[in-house]
Design a protein around this ligand. Structure first.
Ligand code: PD2
Ligand code: ZN
Length: 288
């Protein structure tokens, strides 16, 4: 009898329409499921119908709003709210976790010695920072970013390699998909005005950039020292500011190159002291 019922429970367009209207009216999934069960739907059939209907509906909506489709992103194992995460060779603290935008603040991602080593390797190689010139895919000095910086090659030295392995383990993303570490140095007054780290799909230079490993889908900004005042990392869409504490880091991910990810972020002006960070950008695919 049960099997007979399953075959008879057809998910009609009318039912799909009803499920969408319930969601749009703000009814919680539990309540919608209860209503379906009360009118004779088997629980498993009802759950499947709700999932399929709402997933399809959201995808259609996103497409008609002109949004690029979402892609998989790096994601630490925070589903069970752990205080510590396994970085392979080191335990790392979870100090804050936000779902939308996906932002996670790590405590003690780097040791003091690793921070100091990165600064000393980078110092003689610093040049006035350039940001990617979006129209041509080349580089230019950008006044929004008044710092100096340099790039390491991936696994350029044992300290970089160790940190890269730790990040890969922590955010569950292949080491090969990471760009080399970038170190930035800010003196008082220097800042990094709010921006997105993904490449703007509307710009003509983007195809040549994303040919090398796809879009950026995640960022880890690591604080290599603690400025006296200022120099936090801000997310203006959600009014969040992360303090730049030596050894800590802020991770954020973006599943499509669009502001709907709410990952607009910037480095606030350094008010007293100096600021050093190392940034790791994570691509969709293997970065060569
Ligand atoms: O130094 C920072 O806080 C910062 C802020 C925004 C770094 C970056 N973006 C970056 O390197 O992308
Ligand atoms: Zn950035």
């Amino acid at each position: 009898m049960g099997a007979m019922q399953t075959t008879l429970q057809q998910v009609t367009p009318e039912l799909r329409q009803w499920i969408v209207s319930q969601a749009q009216a703000g009814h919680q999934p539990d309540a919608v499921l209860a209503a379906m069960k009360a009118s004779g739907w088997q629980e498993d059939v009802a759950i499947q119908a709700m999932e399929d209907t709402l997933t399809g509906f959201l995808a259609e909506q996103a497409k008609s709003a002109g949004l690029p489709p979402p892609v998989p992103v790096p994601e630490p194992d925070v589903a069970q709210s752990p205080v510590w995460l396994d970085g392979g060779d080191r335990r790392v603290q979870v100090l804050l976790s936000m779902r939308n935008p996906r932002v996670i603040v790590f405590g003690g991602l780097l040791t003091d010695e690793e921070c100091d080593a990165l600064i000393e390797f980078a110092r003689p190689r610093l040049v006035r920072s350039e940001t990617v010139q979006m129209d041509t895919g080349g580089s230019e000095v950008n006044i929004a970013r008044t710092s100096s910086g340099m790039f390491f090659q991936r696994e350029e030295n044992p300290v970089c390699a160790r940190i890269e392995r730790r990040i890969a383990k922590l955010v569950n993303w292949p080491l090969e998909n990471g760009e080399g570490l970038q170190v930035l140095h800010y003196t008082p007054g220097a800042e990094y005005q709010p921006h997105h780290d993904y490449f703007d799909p509307a710009k003509s230079g983007t195809p040549s950039i994303v040919a090398r490993g796809g879009q950026r889908v995640g960022t880890v900004v690591m604080y290599l020292n603690s400025p006296e005042k200022g120099g936090g990392t801000v997310f203006p869409d959600v009014a969040l500011e992360v303090s730049p504490v030596k050894g800590n880091a802020v991770f954020f991910s973006y599943d499509r190159p669009h502001p709907v990810t709410k990952t607009l972020h910037g480095g606030t002006p350094v008010i007293a002291g100096e600021k050093w960070v190392a940034t790791k950008w994570l691509r969709e695919g293997r970065f060569v």
